[in-house]
Write a protein that binds this ligand. Structure first.
Ligand SMILES: Nc1ncnc2c1ncn2[C@@H]1O[C@H](COP(=O)(O)OP(=O)(O)OP(=O)(O)O)[C@@H](O)[C@H]1O
Length: 248
């Protein structure tokens, strides 16, 4: 495990990453993401946002190129050895484990928890508004509560990088706001580097300082979220947002 001091983010460098799914078109990513930045990853459906996050997390391996996290090459490491937590749109939890056990996995994959670990689990559950629900199974929670359990686990893992793939896509507007506030609070405390794939520019505006725009398997623009939203960063982004407005 690569250790970065707890409570700090890590710079992420993607150096000439090349990747293709079997029979798929080639993708190529180059980027440097500053430590502790919160970055929105936007782009049309199928452009490669999830693939980009999967490469950083280690679920997919590049054909060539390197991924450096805080200067260390993690390209050959399995996902659980990378200093990264990941939250998906759903299915973040083990259905047969209780809320407390799902969070405890953030400390010990075999759930051999010390007293200190158990205290950390309780604390994380309290801070994500889940106190009293420790013994429930995920099926007895709402979609928003399940995402909060996933965030409680992120909280106790204290990894310097947090990747989120459309984490609020199945939640209504009020819950989205609540989750955004929770992630902002988590970030204020742990200062981890955050990449969040989203189709919603309002989520990006509320949470993210920086934006990466992915198009056709590559990063076609980066800049401040403000510049993107005001329409000055990328014509392709403007077209994408315009097209989405027509759909919605
Ligand atoms: N496991 C896979 N095997 C083969 N092709 C895949 C696989 N996963 C994704 N793809 C293809 O790779 C391309 C990029 O997909 P990806 O999921 O990264 O896009 P995305 O930008 O996250 O899309 P969305 O916004 O719809 O989630 C798409 O053409 C997709 O069909």
């Amino acid at each position: 495990m690569i250790k970065t001091a707890a409570g700090h983010g890590a710079q992420i460098a993607l150096e000439a990453l090349q990747f293709a799914y079997p029979g798929g078109r080639p993708m190529a990513f180059d980027a440097t993401i500053a430590a502790s930045d919160i970055v929105a990853v936007m782009g049309p459906s199928g452009s490669g946002k999830s693939t980009l996050l999967s490469l950083i997390a280690g679920f997919e391996r590049p054909a060539s190129g390197r991924i450096l996290i805080d200067g260390e090459d993690v390209s050959a490491l399995t996902p659980h050895r990378r200093p990264v937590s990941m939250v998906f749109q759903e299915n973040n939890l083990f259905a047969h484990l209780t809320v407390a056990q799902n969070v405890g996995l953030g400390r010990s994959p075999s759930l051999k928890l010390t007293e200190e670990d158990r205290a950390a689990v309780s604390d994380a559950l309290a801070r994500t508004g889940l106190a009293g629900k420790e013994d429930r199974l995920p099926q007895a929670l709402s979609g928003g509560e399940r995402q909060r359990v996933a965030l409680a686990r992120v909280l106790i893992r204290k990894r310097p990088v947090l990747l989120m793939d459309e984490p609020f896509a199945s939640l209504g507007p009020a819950l989205r706001d609540e989750m955004l506030a929770l992630i902002a609070a988590l970030h204020a405390e742990q200062k981890m580097t955050v990449l969040m794939a989203t189709h919603d520019p309002r989520d990006a505006e509320r949470l993210c300082k920086t934006m990466i725009f992915v198009e056709d398997g590559r990063i076609s623009a980066t800049g401040t979220t403000g510049a993107f939203v005001s329409g000055t960063a990328s014509e392709a982004f403007n077209r994408y947002i315009g097209a989405r407005r027509e759909i919605n």
